[in-house]
Design a protein around this ligand. Structure first.
Ligand SMILES: NC(=O)c1ccc[n+]([C@@H]2O[C@H](COP(=O)([O-])OP(=O)(O)OC[C@H]3O[C@@H](n4cnc5c(N)ncnc54)[C@H](O)[C@@H]3O)[C@@H](O)[C@H]2O)c1
Length: 374
């Protein structure tokens, strides 16, 4: 993490729930950012948040916050049902960057208006505390980009999540990263439950990118998790926890299989999933969240795109909808871009709505104990 020389970026958080609290911790731990304001119409959540984070001004609506605060970054960490309106309002409020949670939206037209509002207003737009933000994945991409392992040809995603958009957007974002964020030419797909439902579900299929890369989305739960990137003379595999590369050492004749050896010097092994707590009872910020915050800082410091943009998450949503549309059309290939932007894929209620409403006060409070032991 690089120390910036400018004053800290002032962050306004929208949504003081479970993930909003986790994001706020990570902003305050980053040397370049500080949370100065927060919004929540739920007075209990807002009060708890303002007690936990010093010098934060609380508001009941984001319009009130925009009218009273001079913000650099706005962080909507909200139920997905209201994410689009919040992002568009933040873009129009004249901030420099927005980092919202994922999935981006339910419908393609909502995702479109979010991306377009940020583009029109010149706002950096990131979406998702995502594995795509992990520095190890960008190091692996650099290794492929050097040409050392030949061209990437095939990607396997082993992601048997029951929600291809809500949780599966993590893996699909990585597929796009290693396919060089190329446009999709077509997809063929299937869903696990009901092709005529607009609700999120498990999905599988094939994604053909215009640059020739083919990705296989394995929908079944198998003894492998994560992403496998196969190039002409090397393979990268990660389960989002460890990161491994094998390179070709010999091929005796064209008909014999390649001999591959693991190159253990290229990527440091990690152990990202261990949960630990600090002396005040806070869950220690994960590398994924810290890297996600650093990415929005880097985008402002250096005028570059964040690692996991809103545009990326819009295209991921389009892939998921395309897999389902293919099933609806008898598994025919669906050409991209999808013309009907009214198509939607609704995240499960725990993402779409306030968790407190779904769980009830006491169970919601217990869930909070995962991030801060009382
Ligand atoms: N990246 C990840 O891995 C990950 C993990 C968990 C959750 N999420 C996402 O984070 C988002 C929030 O999840 P959560 O677990 O924090 O839910 P939550 O219900 O705990 O928090 C939502 C908060 O938003 C507040 N809110 C509702 N309407 C508002 C409004 N108009 N203005 C301001 N605040 C408002 C609620 O009162 C609540 O405090 C969801 O989109 C979810 O998909 C992402």
């Amino acid at each position: 993490m690089t120390e910036s020389t400018h004053p800290k970026y002032r962050v306004g958080l929208i949504g003081c729930g479970l993930s909003g609290t986790t994001h706020a911790r990570a902003y305050n731990e980053n040397p370049s950012t500080v949370v100065v304001a927060a919004v929540d119409p739920d007075q209990a959540n807002l009060d708890q948040f303002c007690q936990r984070f010093d010098s934060v001004q609380g508001y009941r609506t984001y319009d009130e916050m925009f009218a009273n605060e001079d913000l650099d970054i706005v962080a909507p960490v909200l139920p997905v049902s209201i994410n689009a309106d919040a992002v568009v309002a933040a873009a129009k409020a004249g901030v420099s960057a927005i980092f919202c949670e994922k999935p981006i939206a339910a419908s393609l037209q909502d995702a479109d208006r979010m991306v377009e509002a940020c583009l029109t207003e010149g706002v950096k737009f990131a979406c998702g505390d995502a594995f795509r933000n992990l520095s190890q994945y960008w190091r692996a991409k650099e290794i492929f980009d050097s040409g050392d392992l030949g061209e990437i040809k095939t990607i396997n995603l082993y992601d048997s999540t029951a929600e291809i958009s809500g949780g599966g957007c993590q893996g699909l974002s990585l597929v796009r990263l290693f396919a060089q964020d190329a446009d999709v030419d077509w997809v063929v797909g299937w869903v696990s439950d009901d092709p005529w439902s607009d609700d999120d579900q498990r999905m599988g299929g094939v994604i053909q990118f215009t640059n020739g890369v083919t990705a296989h989305v394995h929908e079944q739960s198998v003894a492998k998790r994560g992403i496998e990137v196969i190039a002409e003379s090397g393979i990268f595999y990660s389960d989002h926890n460890s990161f491994r590369i094998w390179r070709e050492v010999a091929q005796l004749t064209k008909t014999q299989p390649l001999q591959l050896e693991e190159d253990r010097d290229l990527l440091p092994q990690s152990d990202l999933f261990r949960t630990s707590y600090d002396s005040e009872g806070w869950r220690v910020t994960t590398q994924r969240t810290a890297d996600s915050i650093q990415s929005i800082v880097d985008s402002l410091d250096h005028g570059i795109d964040p690692r996991c943009t809103g545009d990326n998450m819009r295209k991921v949503l389009e892939i998921a909808i395309g897999l389902r549309e293919s099933h609806r059309q008898g598994h025919q290939p669906v050409k991209f871009p999808i013309q009907d932007r009214s198509l939607a894929l609704y995240p499960r209620p725990s993402r779409w709505l306030n968790k407190k409403e779904l769980l009830g006060e006491s169970q919601y409070a217990e869930t909070f104990e995962v991030i801060k032991k009382t």
